[in-house]
Structure formats: structure tokens, C-alpha cells
Design a protein around this ligand. Structure first.
Ligand code: SF4
Length: 364
């Protein structure tokens, strides 16, 4: 059995850590290459034209995993009111049509997540003892938490560093070091070490950076290729980015705290209530609430990232225009037609607008 999965930000590091701890050999886990134009081209070629970008990108990535020899593929499955419910079935059919003899195992990301994860791990590990599986999963998850903790510092440092790109370079090294760590103790040590290094980066102490919140559909918000590295680009323009959605937060709530009755979106749903009071699929409800939240917290602006043809985010985008809490919204629609140069020009104009508003007491 050679297991593959679609690339999604740093998820491969967790998958690799879990597999190694369970004693899987190198060729039993196929790590898909990072997203590139080739991944997108493959996905676009074999997807329905109207499919959303995460569908196309994950299909392209699964094809790349098949080319590397994967015969079992892990894919997310949803039961919500959007296209996620069709991803696995449609993509499996397409891969069979392309001649790949693959079998899909699904991870339910809408309901029964923990049962679904248990089943997935059972299917893939056969007779591994439960304590060994739990310890391997926790080790893998600890890497996600470490990376997100470091990234929070990177988001702040990028905005004020004197030598642009230094924080990014340290972050890249941190990702590699965390990936190579063999024990949880080592992960902790590396996290401390890299946060220390980031805190040493020479910064402009007098700068008061603009603050921007980033939200939208989870895949395009977290996967840098899908959003053309918008957070890095904002950092280069001296903007501090805040993003609620992270992989570790998703794991923390979806696999643990939701089962204890804690809802990470309670406050956000409450804020969205005057405008939309129910789930509209995907992350649409949360996008409306996040805009209100960032406006109330005094942020200078927000970036809303939505895949082209994503119904939940189209609903959110339309509702957001009429909220009382007014603030500039940079709408980034992700699809295969996107061009980075055009996005950068718009982003510069957006940042100019935010600076102008701040100088004028945000009255414009
Ligand atoms: S939320 Fe939007 S982009 Fe994500 S799967 Fe659903 S329709 Fe596609």
C-alpha cells in the first residue's frame, strides 16, 4: 500500500511524522510535491470548468501523487451544503478514467470527525496498537501547533523588519527543522529557538504597522499557492496580518474541544447574526462574522479570499457589503486565471487607501 494525499500547506509534515512513528517505510507514504503551475494545469485539465479552485488544485495534486506511485488516496469529505461532498467521489472516478488504479479513504471534515479519523487510521495502520497510534498522532499534531506558533511571530515581524525577507527565511528554516525533528521535546526546543531568532530580527521600533485580518474559504486562505502568497506580500508592504484560521486551531477544536461543547465560532456567529443567522455552507457564515469582528477590533482593513464560483463565499461577499461595521475589504477571487502582477497592483492601492484612512482618522 502506497498512501498519498493532496498537498495542503504544511499538512505533509504531520502526515510524515505520524507515518514515521508508526514505522511506515519511505515508499509507503507518498508526499505530494508542493503546489506549482503544473499542479494547477493538471487539475484544470481534468476538472469540470465550473469546479471551485480547491477541487482543481487537490485533483492536480492527487494526480501528481498517483504519478509517484500512490494507490491509496486520502481525501476530505464533507456533508455540508457545498461541493466538498462531491470531491472524493468525482475525483476517484476521474482518476479511474485516467487509468490510475487507486482507492480513496475519506476523512470527514464536517461531522463525526474523530470517528472518521479513527476509522482512517485503522484502515491505514492495520494492527498497530492503539497507544502507539495515539502517540504518533499527537506527535504529528505537535508539529502543526509548533509551526502555527512560529508563523504568528513571522506575521508580526514581516511588517516591521528592516531587511525585507529575513523573517521569511527564518520561517523556511523553521519548517525544515520541525519537519526533521524526531521527538516532541525536540519540536519544543526548535520552536523556542526559532521564535528567539525571529525576536532578534532588526526591526523598525517606531513603525506602527497597518493591521489587516485575513479570512475566507479555508483551503485558499491557508494554502499560499492558492492565494499567491498574499500574507508575504502584505508583509513586504509593511502590513501586519492576523488570521484566525490555522490548521492547529482546526485540529484543536474539531478533534477535541468541539466534543466538550466548545464552539470556536460562537462569538463570530453572534456578530454575524444581524446579517446572516445560519450556515450558508463552507466558511461563508464565519466570513461575515469575521468582517464584523475585525471592524470592531479596530483593524484597518480585511482581506476576503474566495474561490471563483464558491457559493458560500459569494453569499458572504454580498452580505458583507451591507454590514453596519464598515471597513475596506480587499476581495481576492482565486481561480486559474489569477495573475500575481495584477493582484500586487491592487494590493498596493489597497494599502495606500488604508494609510490614507488612518491619516484621516478612518473617516473616509
Ligand atoms: S467552500 Fe467553496 S471552495 Fe470550498 S469546497 Fe465548498 S464550494 Fe468549493
Amino acid at each position: 500500500m502506497r498512501v498519498g494525499f493532496p498537498h495542503f500547506s504544511t499538512v505533509y509534515i504531520t502526515a510524515k511524522a505520524v507515518a514515521n512513528k508508526l514505522g511506515a517505510s519511505d515508499d509507503e507514504l507518498i508526499i505530494p510535491p508542493p503546489m506549482t503551475q503544473k499542479t494547477l494545469d493538471l487539475g484544470v485539465k481534468y476538472s469540470p470548468a465550473e469546479a471551485c479552485l480547491p477541487y482543481k488544485l487537490t485533483l492536480g495534486s492527487l494526480i501528481e501523487a498517483c504519478e509517484l506511485g500512490a494507490d491509496v488516496l486520502i481525501q476530505a469529505r464533507g456533508t455540508g451544503i457545498c461541493r466538498l461532498g462531491y470531491y472524493a467521489k468525482d475525483q476517484e472516478q476521474m482518476l479511474h478514467d485516467l487509468g490510475y488504479n487507486t482507492h480513496f479513504v475519506n476523512l470527514d471534515v464536517s461531522e463525526h470527525k474523530i470517528q472518521s479519523l479513527k476509522q482512517l487510521v485503522k484502515d491505514l495502520t492495520h494492527d498497530a496498537p492503539l497507544p502507539k497510534i495515539i502517540s504518533a498522532v499527537f506527535f504529528g499534531i505537535s508539529k502543526l501547533f509548533a509551526l502555527d506558533k512560529i508563523e504568528k511571530v513571522v506575521q508580526k515581524t514581516r511588517a516591521v523588519e528592516i531587511e525585507k525577507g529575513e523573517a521569511n527565511q527564518i520561517y523556511r528554516e523553521a519548517i525544515k527543522a520541525i519537519d526533521e525533528a524526531m521527538e516532541r521535546k525536540e519540536v519544543k526546543k526548535i520552536t523556542k529557538e526559532y521564535i528567539g531568532r525571529l525576536n532578534q530580527v532588526p526591526i523598525n521600533h517606531t513603525a506602527n504597522p497597518l493591521k489587516v485580518g485575513v479570512f475566507g474559504e479555508i483551503y485558499v486562505v491557508i494554502e499560499p499557492f492558492a492565494n499567491m502568497d498574499i500574507e508575504v506580500e502584505l508583509g513586504k508592504l509593511g502590513v501586519e496580518v492576523h488570521r484566525t484560521m490555522t490548521l492547529s486551531r482546526w485540529v484543536k477544536y474539531s478533534l477535541f474541544l468541539n466534543y466538550l461543547g466548545m464552539n470556536e465560532w460562537r462569538e463570530v456567529h453572534k456578530l454575524a447574526k444581524p446579517y446572516v443567522d445560519h450556515d450558508v455552507g463552507g466558511d461563508g457564515w464565519e466570513s461575515v462574522g469575521e468582517k464584523v469582528l475585525y471592524a470592531r477590533k479596530g483593524y484597518d482593513g480585511v482581506v476576503h479570499i474566495a474561490p471563483f464560483t464558491c457559493m458560500p463565499e459569494i453569499v458572504a461577499q454580498n452580505i458583507m457589503q451591507s454590514t453596519r461595521e464598515n471597513m475596506p475589504v480587499f476581495a481576492l477571487i482565486s481561480d486559474e486565471q489569477m495573475g500575481k502582477q495584477g493582484m500586487l497592483t491592487r494590493l498596493e492601492a489597497f494599502v495606500d487607501l488604508l494609510e490614507f484612512r488612518r491619516r484621516n482618522g478612518k473617516r473616509i
